[in-house]
Design a protein around this ligand. Structure first.
Ligand code: TRP
Length: 360
């Protein structure tokens, strides 16, 4: 059987380092293993519109931002098909058929959707499109016969919903759809990077993100003013590394090689953590090291971004080509779905013959 990846992001903002360690970096690694027969990376504009219906301009503007972030992280359009969700209309049709296989109460139990409804104060007026986006996500995944879906843990309920739809569809209409597997990030620190202010999550509205498109100076400023351990007042005080965002970022980004290059007094992160915990190691030193580590990771991304920014029409051309290819793959799956559901009337010779017989 083939090995096919599908994943994507809502274009509601530029991507930040949380996206990078949580998913983008992994996608590029997966791409470069050469183990996959096909890789589809989707800019989920239609899904973004389910909770931004009144702000299409935001979605429109962020499509190119997300595409630039993808390309600058090393996604290669010759290997990975990068496409725009709404340019593949087959996804909408699949969603409509899958809706018959899901109950309202099942959708109501989706914990991620529940949390999002609360966050957006949708309780009394949930848009139907938003409520049903887990079904459209099942269409995204199955249209490309994805076997592997690399996503963050918050997407687990969507993959479960997809699997249920696949099982139900195959049971009712015959073996047609491919059952996908979720692939979660492997590094624990990468599951969720906190904001620079110590909040649980990076979010644009909190202004606590480090973006992949930030300049060197912006990154440095953001790191040097990061929240650390509030009980670590004087250098001599013992500090806490648990829950300290500076150390969480180091867990996510730093490798042993970085010490030889930037901080030869230590061999590895554990030694720094031990010193910080004992007391006698100041936050500024740790932040300076973090800045060096992050700059070395972000510099090549920034350089590639600057190159692509000079040729925006080429970026749109990549998206167009990718969307055309995605559409042809999705059209094939849709044809199989229609056949399984026996709604392929004009290709169904047996049906035409049967009806003709009946009227003889
Ligand atoms: N829900 C995903 C997000 O918010 C985006 C997405 C849409 C997606 N369709 C998908 C992810 C299919 C994986 C597979 O980031």
């Amino acid at each position: 059987m083939s090995n096919i990846i599908l994943t994507g992001d809502r274009p509601t903002g530029k991507l930040h380092i949380g996206h990078y360690v949580g998913s983008l970096k992994r996608r590029v690694e997966l791409q470069n293993t050469g183990d996959y027969d096909d890789i589809f990376i989707m800019i989920a504009d239609a899904q973004a519109l389910t909770d931004n219906a009144d702000n299409p301009e935001k979605v429109r503007q962020n499509i190119v931002e997300v595409a630039l972030d993808y390309l600058s992280c090393g996604l290669d359009p010759n290997v990975s098909t990068i496409f725009i969700q709404s340019m593949v209309p087959q996804l909408t049709e699949l969603s409509f058929y899958y809706m018959n296989l899901v109950t309202v109460s099942r959708l109501q139990r989706n914990p991620t959707v529940k949390a999002e409804i609360q966050m957006r104060n949708f309780e009394t007026s949930i848009p139907v499109g938003f409520f049903t986006y887990p079904i459209s996500q099942a269409a995204d995944i199955t249209a490309f016969k994805a076997t592997v879906v690399p996503v963050g843990e918050d997407q687990m309920p969507m993959i479960e919903q997809t699997k249920e739809i696949v099982h139900k569809f195959n049971y009712v209409y015959g073996e047609t759809l491919v059952d996908p597997k979720i692939m979660l990030p492997d590094n624990k620190a990468c599951l969720r990077l906190p904001g620079t202010d110590g909040s649980a999550k990076m979010s644009k509205s909190l202004g606590n993100c480090i973006y992949l498109s930030d300049s060197e100076e912006d990154v440095r400023k953001k790191i040097m003013s990061m929240f650390t351990d509030p009980t670590h007042l004087r250098v001599e005080d013992p500090g806490h590394v648990e829950g300290n965002p500076v150390f969480i970022y180091l867990d996510a980004f730093c490798r042993d090689e970085h010490f030889a290059e930037f901080w030869p007094e230590y061999q590895n992160l554990q030694e720094v953590k031990d010193h910080y915990t004992r007391g006698g190691l100041g936050d500024v030193k740790v932040k300076k090291f973090l800045n060096n580590v992050m700059q070395s990771e972000l510099a090549p991304i920034r350089e590639r971004r600057a190159q692509w920014e000079k040729d925006i029409p080429a970026v749109y051309e990549i998206l167009k080509k990718g969307s055309e290819r995605a559409e042809s793959v999705a059209a094939q799956t849709l044809a199989e779905v229609r056949e399984a559901m026996k709604i392929n009337y004009f290709d169904d010779m047996a049906l035409i013959k049967e009806q003709a017989e009946r009227y003889k």
